[in-house]
Design a protein around this ligand. Structure first.
Ligand SMILES: Cc1cc2nc3c(=O)[nH]c(=O)nc-3n(C[C@H](O)[C@H](O)[C@H](O)COP(=O)(O)OP(=O)(O)OC[C@H]3O[C@@H](n4cnc5c(N)ncnc54)[C@H](O)[C@@H]3O)c2cc1C
Length: 549
């Protein structure tokens, strides 16, 4: 097995690269994937999203170490283990991120990744249905749309935002990412439009692309150059050779793990594991960032929520309708309204994200309230808390050690308390008068800072957006792992391109930014001139200095 480019991981970034690197037929590409097929309704039916994210078959199933600020709870940290990676098990929400996110990347040393640089790549990758003209892609592989927005609770949420004095936006992925609006979904013709469906499967139709199902143990390095990947396949250890380059796209937990197993990482840690040091890069595994969120749930006094559809029989009806027609409730992820708000005056960009759901239920579907209800997933998205990923053992099969240090920055507590109080303000608007019953959680008794903190300690969850563990930066930055062309600093023939290279977590969900990273990395790998910078200026709230709305 040998190819010009060997990509480890067929996830959001890996699939996009397989597609772009093989375009034109000049270069051969092998993609190595530890998971299996994405066939079947659990993955393909958007409404079934709670299933694949909790199924062992599709998920690496990691847990954090006990988190000291969260009552020592071990937080679930799912990652896709299937073609399409996490884009095959995610919530299908599509958010590009705010312009300031990418300007921050550049300020942190990722030269050439400012908003003006990445906007053309977001356009190249998308086919947007209903997005803002001039700001969105029209012929890219990734189809993006809005839901049918039939449930009156979605409209109540947006109206409540307006009543509270916040902005609304026609397209938060366009010029204006602030305010209440309709949420976008990676769904096409009723199916989950994962990176596998959008990029990998079309790429595999080309003769120069091959998918190899196997578990990558380590990168083979000879004389300071990556020359291949050692994999385990059906119990046999083999090497996949790379004529030109190896590209690691195994995501924020497994990319640093693979580098460390290959001798690239903090020297002391590698030595303590008995691993020969090939490159002392202390930044490998550091800078772990994530988004946290909690569910704010309210009883609905009108029987309009999705609660009626939760019994098995009705879920079967939804599934059957979807199988026959690709329509109905099964064809949406039910996240159809959202908000992007600033937590305080004086902020350059919004920092609190709302997903609205017309039912009161946990993300993985396991805990549903026993009543009609509605909820928001709400969280502060620009936390300064940082964690790390380290090796548990030199055995490639061992789970990595994940320490997030969630809520270790005092500002996190302030911001999350604000999320509780702000949500109460939004739900108390007259738009919800017809629907608002008692608060399910946090619950009306939770009022003081101490009470809110106790609630948060017990109920905060990951929003599943880990990133930053092979951080991109200047080649002379000792904590950077890859340079702005995604080359691993200190070695030849090796790149990392996926959510692990983000210098800073973006605002919003991470699938879009991960795919964009794969798109742009492909141009760097091929030595192409990057797409011309955009001169479009995003909207800035004229009241930003004096008001949070
Ligand atoms: C449950 C869940 C819900 C989410 N919801 C949303 C959402 O609604 N919207 C959104 O935008 N984002 C969401 N995200 C986040 C988003 O999907 C991810 O951030 C993004 O897909 C990460 O892309 P990636 O390319 O970094 O890695 P991934 O897509 O995770 O790809 C990594 C790939 O590498 C493979 N791999 C890893 N190790 C090895 C190995 N040793 N050998 C071979 N292959 C290996 C994996 O199996 C996987 O296929 C969610 C994530 C999860 C887990």
């Amino acid at each position: 097995m040998q190819a010009d480019f060997v990509i480890i991981g067929s996830g959001s970034a890996g699939s996009a690269m397989a597609y772009r690197l093989s375009e034109g037929g000049k270069h051969s590409v092998i993609v190595i994937e530890a998971g299996g097929t994405d066939f079947g309704p659990f993955i393909q039916m958007p409404g079934a999203l709670a299933w694949p994210m909790s199924m062992k078959r599709y998920n690496w199933g990691y847990l954090s170490e006990p988190e000291p600020n969260l009552n020592n709870r071990r937080i679930t940290a799912p990652r896709g283990k299937v073609i399409g990676g996490s884009s095959s098990i995610n919530g299908l929400v599509y958010v590009r991120g705010h312009a300031e996110d990418y300007n921050r990347w550049e300020a942190l040393g990722a030269t050439g990744w400012a908003y003006a640089d990445v906007l053309p790549y977001f356009k190249r990758m998308e086919t947007s249905e209903g997005g803002e003209e001039g700001w969105r892609g029209t012929d890219g592989p990734l189809h993006v749309k809005r839901g049918p927005v039939k449930n009156p609770l979605f409209h109540a949420f947006i109206q409540a935002g307006r009543q509270a004095g916040f902005e609304t936006t026609e397209d938060y992925n366009g010029s204006k990412q602030e305010g209440f609006g309709l949420m976008e979904q990676t769904i096409y013709r009723g199916r989950r439009w994962s990176a596998a469906n959008a990029y990998l499967k079309p790429a595999l139709k080309r003769p120069n692309v091959q998918l190899v199902y196997g578990f990558a143990n380590r990168i083979v390095i000879e004389d300071g150059r990556a020359v291949g990947v050692e994999i385990e396949r059906r119990g046999v250890t083999e090497v996949v050779r790379a004529n030109r380059e190896v590209i690691v796209s195994a995501s924020a937990f497994n990319s640093p793990k693979l580098l460390m197993l290959s001798g690239i990482g903090p020297a002391e840690h590698l030595k303590s594991m008995g691993i020969e040091v090939k490159a002392d890069r202390p930044g490998v595994g550091a800078n772990l960032q994530d988004h946290m969120e909690f569910y704010f749930q309210q009883v609905s006094t009108k029987p309009v929520s999705l609660y009626s559809w939760l019994p098995w029989f009705w879920q079967g009806v939804v599934g059957a309708q979807w199988l026959l027609s690709k329509r109905g409730l099964g064809a949406s992820n039910q996240f159809e309204a959202c908000a992007f708000l600033r937590s305080a005056p004086g902020l350059k960009q919004p920092d609190i994200q709302y997903h609205f759901l017309p039912v009161a239920i946990s993300y993985d579907g396991r805990a549903a309230a026993n009543t009609h209800g509605f909820q928001v997933h709400v969280g502060y998205n620009l936390s300064k808390s940082r964690g790390n990923v380290t090796l548990r053992s030199p055995d490639p099969k061992a789970d990595p050690v994940l320490r997030f240090n969630y809520m270790s920055h005092p500002e996190d507590w302030e911001k999350f308390r604000h999320c509780v109080r702000l949500t109460r303000e939004i739900f108390s608007q007259t738009a919800f008068d017809h629907y608002r019953g008692p608060e399910i959680q946090p619950g009306e008794k939770v009022q003081t800072d101490d009470e809110i903190d106790a609630f948060l300690r017990e109920h905060l969850e990951s929003a599943y957006h880990p990133c930053g563990t092979c951080r991109m930066g200047r080649a002379d930055d000792p904590m950077a792992v890859v340079d702005p062309e995604c080359r691993v600093i200190g070695l030849e023939g090796l790149r990392v391109a996926d959510s692990s290279i983000f210098p800073h977590v973006t605002y919003g969900n991470l699938n879009g930014p991960s795919i964009m990273t794969g798109e742009k990395a492909a141009d760097h790998i091929l030595g192409k001139t990057p797409l011309p910078r955009s001169n479009q200026e995003p909207w800035v709230n004229p009241r930003a200095a004096v008001s949070d709305r």
